[in-house]
Design a protein around this ligand. Structure first.
Ligand SMILES: [Zn+2]
Length: 474
């Protein structure tokens, strides 16, 4: 009896899986992708590989709009471009959703070594930096920890310089520490009393192109002019410092100027039988102002628009709707991603899964997702359809793309199509981020991967586990 009783209880328990909402939920049926859809995906994959649509869309954005920093006049042109492009491509429904954020402007910037070795230095202001002209002796630190260890006030009237060399990696792992030098360095410099902050660019190239990017100032601190030196200029400054004290003049004219309202631009390819359920793919529409935003992130917008369009061209549409989102202002704080998550939290349960491309135009080499147990079979089917593209299956690895992150935190299922970023940080946030850097064949492989992924996820019978997360204590 006891045995039979405990077996009965065990079966009951296994049938009732505690959902994130804490309520016992019936075991989810296994999600499966019909064989017919798998066959269509194979054809779609070949069609996409042979198409240059993603390349042409990226060319259009980076050429006709060019640099499109959030809040600049080009921001509005980029939004208009995306609306017109979705319509030109024949998306069934196109609309915009407002995204408001503080506006930062860059006007001019320069720096010089003063004294016996007087010469210009190539640099760029970090996003969020205040304006200012500062002359002072430079104090070099090998990394962020070294500057954070500098005693309070020890850099009074001086310029702090972090000369940290970012590492190259296919998965971009070096950007973690590299971007922390950018986001946390200025506050550490202020705590030590510095009047300005310089850093070796968070980049892996050796070109005389400084890498910009957003920085932050901790609450309660008075911001100081903060900029990134081109890698060769960081080396030059380090060599000069090895020879003796160096004085530098830094002159930045930039700063915050009120608020700006841009928009997420959304285009839909309507599903056949479950049109109210959506698969979200996308990239961010904004770029920094130094280059034309080709690898960051014109390629992401171009390849996901093309993937949606190629699915729309199919005789038989998938069950669910393909929703392509061109997110506003990713660079200065994921504003578009956060706005999308807030605007759609109410219909999260209608979102099958989401994936964002925001890591250049290199070939995709890995696929993974947040698929729970009941969706593993469908996830494997997607991986199977991606394998001929040279994409390995690494279940559960990594996380969602930047703009999908905020919605994933609320419960959206995510997928990750990891791109080879071995040379991404040679160009990232520099004047060199231009269309000529994109390999059309590699971009076509991305379009094929996103088209196959989105089509199969939209065709699946069952879910991928998107479910509103109940915030702790609610
Ligand atoms: Zn980006």
């Amino acid at each position: 009896m006891r045995a039979t009783l405990s077996v009965a209880i065990a079966t009951l328990l296994s049938a009732a899986v505690l959902s994130t909402s804490g309520h016992a939920a019936a075991a989810q049926p296994t999600t499966r992708i019909p064989d017919k859809a798998m066959a269509t995906a194979a054809q779609l994959r070949e069609t996409a590989l042979a198409s240059d649509l993603g390349y042409r869309i990226t060319e259009s954005l980076t050429t006709e709009v060019g640099p499109r920093m959030a809040g600049s006049e080009a921001d509005a042109r980029a939004v208009a471009w995306a609306v017109a492009k979705f319509k030109e491509l024949g998306f069934d429904k196109v609309w915009t959703e407002p995204v408001t954020f503080p506006k930062w402007e860059r006007r001019s910037e320069s720096a010089r070594v003063l004294g016996v070795s007087a010469q210009p230095l190539h640099l760029t202001a970090l996003g969020g930096s205040p304006a200012g002209t500062v002359e002072g002796e430079v104090v070099r630190f090998a990394d962020l920890a070294a500057l954070e260890a500098a005693p309070a006030g020890s850099l009074a009237g001086k310029i702090a310089f972090i000369d940290y060399k970012m590492e190259r990696a296919r998965d971009g792992a070096g950007y973690g520490p590299g971007s922390r030098v950018r986001s946390k360095g200025p506050s550490a410099a202020i705590r030590a009393g510095a009047s300005a902050y310089l850093m070796r660019s968070a980049g892996t190239d050796s070109h005389r192109n400084p890498h910009t990017g957003i920085t932050r100032f901790d609450e309660g601190l008075t911001p100081i002019p903060s900029a990134a030196l081109a890698v060769p200029d960081a080396d030059q400054l380090a060599r000069l410092l090895a020879r003796g004290p160096v004085k530098v003049s830094v002159a930045l004219d930039c700063g915050w100027d009120g608020e700006y309202t841009s928009a997420n631009v959304i285009g839909e390819i309507r599903g056949a039988s479950k049109p109210n359920e959506v698969v979200v793919i996308g990239g961010h529409l904004d770029s920094w102002d130094l280059g034309t935003g080709a690898i960051d992130d014109g390629a992401g917008v171009g390849l996901t628009m093309a993937a949606g369009k190629l699915i729309g061209n199919l005789k038989q549409r998938p069950a669910r709707t393909i929703r392509v989102v061109a997110f506003a202002n990713e660079e200065q704080g994921l504003y578009g991603g956060k706005a999308y998550a807030n605007a759609h939290v109410g219909d999260l349960h209608k979102h099958q899964i989401g994936a964002e491309s925001d890591f250049g135009a290199g070939r995709i080499y890995e696929y993974s997702s947040s698929a729970p147990e009941h969706a593993k079979q469908a996830d494997e089917q997607i991986a199977q359809a991606l394998a001929p593209l040279g994409i390995a299956y690494v279940p559960g690895k990594g996380g969602p793309g930047p703009d999908i992150g905020p919605f994933a935190e609320k419960g959206l299922a995510w997928a990750r199509l990891a791109q080879d970023g071995s040379d991404y940080f040679d160009l990232h946030h520099t004047p060199d981020d231009t269309f000529d850097k994109i390999d059309p064949k590699a971009l076509a492989q991305n379009v094929a991967a996103y088209a196959v992924f989105a089509y199969l996820a939209a065709s699946a019978e069952g879910s991928f586990g998107s479910e509103p997360k109940v915030e702790a204590g609610k």
